[in-house]
Ligand binder design. Structure first.
Ligand SMILES: N[C@@H](CCC(=O)N[C@@H](CS)C(=O)NCC(=O)O)C(=O)O
Length: 196
């Protein structure tokens, strides 16, 4: 049985909860108190971060790596395209979320001054405009194919309150809405609000 170490308020863990739901996989959910991590969890996640996953004899961590593992180990339904070029393209936009959007989102939440907050919101909007430039006729970033790209961006649907008032292209907002309306996303229950 797959064991997922997660936290209901963690956007990265939401990605893995969503990948598991999209695959229809049963798993044991272990909720981690990040302020008081159990010893068992430290053995699974060398980084001490959720999500972490134990499957068979494997301890895995880092949401993007876990999700690619799940897609390879449990291929149905596939969440990555077959062609190497398409897979690389999907990974570029997964990387974009990890290295650009998630940090900008975190800066919005942690900004101490109005100037910092405004700068972080502007940056977030600029990054989302780049995503908007990639979205074609859809409904998904890879066209008709829902993939780990959407799974990776699901936290931006979950945290949509945080982005209210930011200039985000309509096609991106509609795309995030489609992600949030998928039955698998609804089954995750989304994210618990962030505590102070
Ligand atoms: N790059 C990691 C980020 C995971 C992450 O930052 N998780 C946070 C909670 S949202 C965490 O476990 N923090 C605990 C800590 O850093 O001690 C991923 O994609 O899985």
């Amino acid at each position: 049985m797959i064991k997922l170490y997660s936290a209901q308020r963690c956007p990265y863990a939401l990605r893995t909860r969503l990948a598991l739901q999209e695959k229809g996989l049963d798993y044991e959910h272990v909720e981690i108190d990040l302020r008081n991590k159990p010893a068992e969890f430290a053995r699974i996640s060398r980084y001490g971060k959720v999500p972490a996953l134990f499957d068979g004899d494997r301890s895995l961590y880092e949401s993007s790596i876990i999700n690619e593992y799940l897609d390879e180990q449990y291929p149905e339904p596939p969440l990555m395209p077959e062609a190497p070029g398409d897979r690389a393209y999907a990974r570029i936009w997964i990387d974009f979320a990890n290295t650009r959007l998630m940090p900008a989102s975190a800066r919005i939440a942690s900004a101490k001054t109005e100037d910092d907050k405004r700068a972080a919101r502007d940056t977030f909007g600029e990054h989302m405009a780049m995503v908007g430039g990639e979205l074609g006729d859809g409904p998904w970033l890879l066209g008709t194919r829902y993939s780990l790209v959407e799974v990776t961006y699901a936290p931006f649907y979950a945290r949509k309150e945080r982005y209210r008032g930011i200039d985000i292209p309509d096609n991106v907002l509609a795309w995030l809405q489609r992600i949030g309306e998928r039955p698998a996303y609804v089954r995750t229950g989304g994210l618990e609000p962030r505590k102070a």
